[in-house]
Write a protein that binds this ligand. Structure first.
Ligand code: F6R
Length: 363
């Protein structure tokens, strides 16, 4: 049942305020305390976190690395499961391994988990399917409570993964004495506001639909972002490739002049994810380099960001303002909807894109 939507993907995108709310109520109590499922985990005893996943779940891990490192001062490695498992990396004492998977059945992620068995101090997983193989073989399972995801392109699972990983990073910061009560309370109250902020972002649908018409004509699209927006740029590029079959690449904005700027001309739309955060001015100067080469910029920012830097952009998408740390959850919405509307404009099979399966149980 698509609940009145044209595609499961559209329904699942629209469900995000509700399912993120569900994830929050499962991890936060009324007094704003964080509760993990049993047996819990004490991050004060962890020296290093190794995170492993595939595809979209991998981009959730890359995002979480910024959170764990910046908020909890915990060193984090992130790897794609198919590289990790065959590289057979050393797992030093004090390492906890964390696997993120919507299905909990991805063959490479499961193999990477098995490799860590007996080597890592503990195995954690963040999954959507609590009965899955990955969940069954973990010491601590954190369900994301996203509900069944049918669209092959992952949407609500991604934002719920981010939500749970953010809570976990806050728990780590608390356990490690890296955050005071006041900042913790501020983060949690901003997080509790995320469902309604996302509901507002979903209202920018028409702007995204308009920008998507430009993307639909393109052969190649670049996505740029810095800091927390860098993994998100990857997620935006992956979504676009998967369902619209347009070649898309993501780069850290600062890498632009180290090569990819050679690709920019008037035929290459460049999606710039730039909330008005601490790195905004840097990203804007990269964006101006794109514009100087006639690249068609689609700028995604908040009102203030668009007022300051929106001139000369081919299209702009306005999102609400949230604290810097929470921008990945919010900016996932345009990453998803730009891809969705582009695919609809091209007439592709949105829910079952060619060559892809929902659950990759073979390597
Ligand atoms: C992207 C997508 C895939 C999955 C990847 C991992 O939209 O759906 O990239 O994210 O195959 O799948 P799970 O999370 O089930 O391990």
């Amino acid at each position: 049942d698509k609940g009145g939507h044209k595609h499961f993907m559209a329904k699942e995108i629209a469900e995000q305020p509700t399912v993120i709310g569900q994830a929050l109520s499962n991890y936060l109590d009324h007094e704003g305390k964080i509760h993990l499922p049993d047996p819990g985990v004490d991050f004060s005893k962890i020296e290093r976190l190794t995170m492993v996943a595939c595809g979209t779940a991998y981009f959730a891990c890359l995002t979480a690395k910024y959170w764990f490192e910046q908020i909890a001062r915990l060193p984090v490695d992130v790897d794609v499961a198919s590289e990790f498992r065959y590289r057979e990396p050393p797992i030093p004492a004090g390492t906890t391994a964390l696997f993120v998977s919507q299905s909990g059945e991805t063959a490479d992620t499961l193999a990477a988990l098995r490799y860590c068995g007996g080597k890592a101090d503990r195995i954690l997983s963040v999954v959507n399917v609590p009965e899955s193989s990955i969940a069954r073989q973990s010491d601590l399972v954190m369900p994301i409570h996203a509900g069944v995801e049918i669209g092959v392109a992952s949407t609500k699972a991604f934002t719920c993964q981010l939500t749970v990983l953010f809570i976990l990073a806050l728990k780590a910061a608390q356990d490690r004495g890296e955050i005071d009560d006041e900042s913790l309370a501020d983060h949690l109250s901003a997080l509790r506001g995320i469902p309604s902020v996302i509901a507002t972002a979903l209202e920018a649908n028409t702007e995204m639909q308009k920008a998507a018409l430009k993307l639909a004509e393109a052969r190649d699209v670049l996505f740029l972002g810095r800091g927390l927006m860098y993994p998100l740029a990857h997620e935006g590029a992956l979504k676009l490739k998967e369902i619209s079959y347009i070649h898309a690449e993501a780069y850290a904005s600062g890498e632009l002049k180290h090569g990819p700027i050679a690709l920019v001309d008037k035929n290459v739309p460049v999606v710039v994810m730039a909330p008005r955060d601490a790195l905004f001015d840097k990203t804007v100067s990269n964006m101006q380099e794109v514009m100087a080469r006639k690249g068609r910029v689609i700028l995604v920012s908040d009102r203030q960001g668009l007022d300051e830097a929106g001139d000369g952009a081919f299209a702009t998408i306005a999102l609400p303002t949230v604290p810097d740390v929470l921008t990945p959850i919010l900016y996932a919405i345009p990453a998803q909807l730009l891809a969705y509307h582009t695919a609809v404009a091209k007439g592709t099979d949105v829910d079952q894109p060619r060559n892809l399966a929902k659950s990759v149980t073979v390597e």
